[in-house]
Design a protein around this ligand. Structure first.
Ligand code: SF4
Length: 735
């Protein structure tokens, strides 16, 4: 096992704990965190808020009983949750009571890699950070500080760092997850799929899932709509190397060979085009370059695709015809985690093109046009103009990236090119597990002068920080307004329900105090978050008092489908749906997606696939006692026949060794017919190595440790991570 995985964290000895009462007195101003009203009354109080156990932001109602947090349920007024939370959302109570939470600010006292920390006051933590930031600015310029963030809670820290002068902000959710999909759709329709995805699942008469595990990948609104579609008799087609929960609802299950999805998509389109089954009127009205596109598909027959995918030609034909039968209410789902093999933008573009053939973009049962409330942003002073461009994509080497590439920032931190990166702020994302190739992340960290981690739990990335800032969980804080792009306009409020149990603080308070310590207090003209929220709501002609009472204010419905009057606009260079892309051709890429055969696993090895559980979010919830009660370690799915040959049965423990000799923690075998014999599968987020995560420490195995290889998507810099192979090894007991 990599030595990096042996890290300890938060071994705070009495000798190293010094709470600095006389810390630097550089903080000023009245920014004190808002307290929730005292919840000491007997009986039950119900307070609306919105969930933060994942990024979906479902409207919720938290109940406080006799002054203590009791339960969290869905807010019936909320269009996202429709009154029902997913299992993780109802487990939000466990985040508040988690005994493994970070409690006070920490500063590292020795070299990185030694787990010795001192607890400090907030003023001392901000003074330390500000001194380092001043030094970085003086030597390298403010652009040499970068921020990685996940979720809405990072908004205020981003504001502080923009005021400081950096342009470098990245979400791993772009290059490691949804980026290839959004770029593929943008190249085709001129718009991203977005989040929440603009998919009209509930009205689909035919739903096609390609490696997308609705129900396991638990995005509440989508799963509710999936249940409605199944209930109303929609045809479900699932292509997946694993017989997922969604596959169990399917009329057609296609156990596709991993990495060959693009071949299947091309063959489906070949059938629909050559048999004249596409939406001719729609394509004629909105398509660009259809004839050249059709020419390129000529050789992509089902017979050609069969040896690639393992799917029989007649099954390919039958499923293509089924999709066409239900057009335009056939939805080929774009998926979310799309960073698989490095050709992911082109595969996502093929999904977009298949939808275009079926006429589903902008149509009921396909993709709706999202709408939003008009809530103006706060009128802040203008930010300083950075002297240097963003660091992550020098020379636009990935020409179609429209967001920052997190691994590009990591690379610049290692190489110093195109300029050095010396400070990282990491908000609510465990970069050790979120980015591929952990040793590269550690190497980058060792080049930093400052690493600040803001989190609620002592994650692996917190273990590498210079300063750890403990955030209050969502049930204890205000956040920015959620002005969502969705089926209907609405604005939602997150507000404190209970006090933070220790010295944890909300992100807005940290961001404001840091700005003041840096001498940038004028970027926070508001006294506290309630004043900020009230300003925005008043500017929108809405009432914060009403929002505090209801949690959600909904706007008037607007048309979201073309036949209701929603605008039909394509933001592509041609102003049409680009079946043939001249901008791709000009940049030296295939104007129509073309298939490249993936490398097969070496004999005796399996391709490593990973996915989600409906009861956990990434690597951020394994210490939540409510959620871990439902799943406290992951399993490795192995084809039952292969398991028999290796004399393994369900419940046995094994280790996985990858092609670079990295050996995982032990993991329990699930021997099952539900997976192909050429791959294994595990749920992401387990196998924690941070000792501070006492409840999750070394339970299950980490897929991230085994992802030492990745292939970069040449169009947009996404990291294809399904290119690692593992062998099954005997269990090794670890200390
Ligand atoms: S999908 Fe589940 S965890 Fe995510 S915000 Fe909604 S209820 Fe919370």
């Amino acid at each position: 096992m990599s030595s990096f995985s042996r890290r300890k964290f938060l071994k705070i000895s009495a000798a190293t704990v010094t709470v600095a009462a006389g810390a630097a007195a550089c903080a000023k101003g009245p920014a004190t965190p808002a307290k929730p009203p005292r919840r000491t009354a007997k009986g039950v109080q119900r307070i609306p808020t919105y969930c933060d156990i994942c990024f979906w932001k479902c409207g919720a109602i938290a109940s406080v009983r006799d002054g203590a947090l009791w339960k969290v349920e869905g807010n019936p007024e909320d269009p996202l949750s429709r009154g029902r939370l997913c299992p993780r959302g109802t487990g939000g109570v466990g985040a508040h009571y988690d005994p493994d939470r970070l409690k006070r600010p920490l500063i590292r006292t020795h070299d990185r890699g030694r787990d010795e920390w001192k607890e400090v006051s907030w003023d001392e933590a901000f003074a330390y950070i500000a001194n380092k930031m001043h030094a970085i600015k003086a030597t390298y310029g403010p652009e040499s500080v970068a921020m990685f963030a996940h979720g809405i809670g990072g908004n205020f820290l981003k504001h502080t760092l923009k005021a400081y002068g950096t342009p470098n902000f990245a979400a791993p959710s772009f290059a490691q997850c949804r980026g290839p999909r959004d770029v593929g759709f943008r190249l085709t329709f001129g718009e991203d799929v977005g989040s929440p995805e603009r998919t009209d699942i509930k009205n689909a008469r035919c739903l096609v899932l390609i490696g997308s595990h609705l129900g396991e990948n638990m995005h509440n609104s989508q799963v509710q709509e999936f249940a409605e579609a199944v209930g109303s008799g929609a045809t479900i087609i699932v292509a997946d190397p694993r017989f997922s929960v969604a596959a169990s609802k399917a009329k057609h299950y296609l156990p596709i060979k991993p990495g060959t999805d693009l071949a299947l998509l091309l063959a489906w389109m070949h059938v629909i085009v050559t048999e004249g089954l596409y939406d001719k009127e729609y394509v004629a009205a909105h398509g660009f370059g259809f004839d050249q596109f059709a020419e390129r598909l000529a050789t992509c027959t089902p017979e050609w695709a069969y040896p690639e995918t393992g799917i029989e030609p007649e099954t390919i034909r039958a499923t293509a015809r089924e999709m066409a039968r239900h057009k335009p209410s056939t939805l080929v789902h774009p998926g979310r985690h799309a960073a698989w093999y490095g050709d992911d933008t082109q595969r996502s573009r093929a999904i977009a093109l298949l939808n275009a053939l079926l006429g589903s973009w902008g149509r009921k049962g396909g993709f709706y046009t999202p709408v939003s409330m008009d809530v103006p942003g706060y009128p802040y002073p203008a930010y300083p103009k950075p002297a240097k461009p963003m660091v992550d994509n020098p020379g636009k080497r990935y020409p179609f990236a429209h967001e920052a590439i997190s691994t590009g920032i990591r690379e610049a931190t290692i190489t110093g090119n195109p300029y050095p990166i010396k400070g990282w702020f990491v908000y609510a994302t465990n970069l050790i597990q979120a980015l591929p190739n952990e040793p590269e992340t550690i190497k980058a960290i060792q080049n930093l002068d400052l690493l600040v981690v803001v989190d609620v739990i002592p994650s692996e990335i917190a273990g590498w920080a210079d300063v750890v800032l403990p955030e209050s969980v969502y049930l204890e804080r205000f956040d920015d307004l959620n002005v969502e792009w969705f089926r209907e306009p609405f604005v939602a409020l997150r507000q404190p329900v209970v006090d933070a149990p220790h010295d944890q603080k909300p992100n807005w308070w940290m961001a404001k105090k840091l700005a003041e310590t840096l001498g940038l207090g004028h970027y926070y003209p508001w006294k506290d978050i309630e004043e900020y929220l009230d300003h925005r709501m008043t500017a929108a002609g809405l009432s914060l008092a009403e929002l505090r009472t209801r949690g959600i204010i909904r706007g008037a419905p607007q048309p979201i489908f073309a036949d209701e009057g929603a605008p039909v606009v394509f933001g592509t260079p041609s102003g049409k749906i680009e079946f043939y892309s001249l901008q791709l051709e000009k940049a030296g890429f295939d104007p129509v997606p073309m298939y490249t055969r993936p490398t097969d696993p070496p004999p005796g090895s399996f391709r490593l696939l990973f996915g989600r559980s409906p009861v956990h979010s990434f690597s951020r919830t394994q210490t939540n006692r409510v959620l871990s009660d439902m799943m406290d370690e992951n399993e490795v799915w192995i084809n039952a026949d292969m398991a028999r040959r290796m004399d393994l049965k369900s419940g046995d423990y094994v280790c996985l060794k990858n092609q670079d000799q990295v050996v995982s923690n032990r993991i329990r075998v699930k021997a099952t017919e539900r997976i192909r014999p050429d791959c294994v599968y595990m749920v992401h987020g387990f196998g924690h190595t941070a000792r501070g995560l006492r409840h999750a420490y070394q339970k299950g195995a980490s897929d991230s440790q085994l992802v030492t290889r990745y292939v970069t998507d040449p169009l947009m810099g996404g990291t294809g991570m399904n290119v690692n192979f593992v062998t099954i090894e005997p269990e090794v007991t670890r200390g």
